[in-house]
Design a protein around this ligand. Structure first.
Ligand code: FAD
Length: 303
């Protein structure tokens, strides 16, 4: 049942330390960022908790800062800010994902930290963060810690985060020079639909070989996952050569490594039949997305 508005309490912290004290207090308040997931649950009567911690006053959770190693994105950063930030042009897959989260209204409010903490297997930013091997900084009254994103999702909508911890920021290392990244969201329509399959692949290329391969999927398992067996099938092999008449859409990726990667996906992924799609379609698309990544890489200029 939907809680009466008068029953809802919203705590406004003075700063991060105060927020951490409040979230450790009883009854524990629920962190509230952009509210695009929480308000839906509240409105549907699916969120029984009535005490919330408004994160919006927390400057420590904002900002996008570049360094030599990578970029650190405050958890309160909205998808619109990600989309528009010039410093993120070296992470085109993240920018592409931000541009496909909901519509403009959602992108104006929805935050990267909220996407992570909501832990939906269909969260669009999550495969991007997995394929880029992001690290998540978490804080509580006990101090700060960092966790690799691939250790964060422990079960369906379950995170390796305690209830009194806040996500502070996300560090994304710069891809290596010449790396190729592809984000694809496959849904019923191009905008405002939950993914049937969401994918991000990053190929770190040396010469014409695939030195390091990172493939990550959403909506293909109870949690967003790296496809490690498929990664292994590709790593160390040569990129397919572009065909003279081709374009990135031309059907030339029939190399054995691509076929092996497709086969390996059955070890990595466990999609279900649900209202949005079925298992076979999802598996087929998952393989095709690897082929698309290879085609894009084959046609990318080598630097
Ligand atoms: C119409 C609509 C369309 C949408 N389309 C998409 C889409 O295309 N792709 C997609 O991925 N998602 C989509 N979403 C879902 C949602 O917008 C995203 O998951 C968004 O990133 C959530 O961020 P938020 O800031 O709004 O989170 P909130 O709703 O404020 O919070 C979500 C959860 O995260 C927790 N939380 C938030 N911040 C922190 C923090 N810093 N530390 C710890 N816990 C925290 C909250 O307690 C809550 O459990 C859509 C939602 C709507 C309503």
């Amino acid at each position: 049942m939907r809680a009466a508005l008068s029953a809802i309490e919203v705590l406004r912290p003075r700063g991060l330390s105060h927020a951490l004290e409040l979230i450790a207090s009883e009854p524990q308040p629920v962190p509230l960022a952009g509210g695009t997931d929480l308000f839906v649950a509240l409105n549907a009567g699916a969120e029984p908790r009535t005490r919330f911690l408004d994160l919006s006053p927390l400057a420590a959770l904002r900002g996008i800062r570049s360094s030599r190693e990578g970029v650190t994105i405050g958890s309160l950063t909205t998808f619109r800010e990600i989309r528009e930030h010039a410093g993120l042009r070296h992470l085109p897959a993240l920018v592409a994902a931000a541009a496909e989260v909901g519509g403009w209204q959602i992108q104006n409010r929805a935050t990267l930290g909220g996407n992570i903490a909501n832990a939906s297997p269909a969260g669009d930013a999550l495969p991007v963060l997995l394929a880029h091997e992001a690290r998540v900084k978490i804080a509580s009254v006990r101090g700060e810690r960092e966790i690799a994103i691939d250790r964060l999702f422990t079960g369906y909508r379950q995170l390796a985060i305690e209830r009194d911890e806040l996500i502070v920021s996300i560090h994304v290392p710069w891809p290596t020079r010449g790396a190729v990244a592809l984000f694809r969201k496959v849904g019923t329509r191009r905008a405002q639909s939950i993914s049937k399959v969401v994918f991000c692949g990053v190929l770190h290329v040396a010469g014409r070989g695939m030195e390091r391969v990172r493939l990550a999927y959403g909506s293909m398992a109870p949690v967003p996952v790296r496809a490690r067996a498929a990664e292994n099938a590709l790593e160390g092999s040569a990129l397919p050569a572009p065909q003279g008449a081709g374009s990135p859409g031309s059907p030339d990726v029939s190399e054995s490594s691509a076929a092996a990667a497709r086969r390996a996906l059955s070890k990595d992924l466990a999609p279900i039949d649900d209202i949005r799609s079925d298992r076979d379609y999802r598996m087929d698309i998952a393989g095709r997305l690897i082929e698309q990544l290879l085609r894009v890489a084959a046609f990318s200029p080598r630097r």
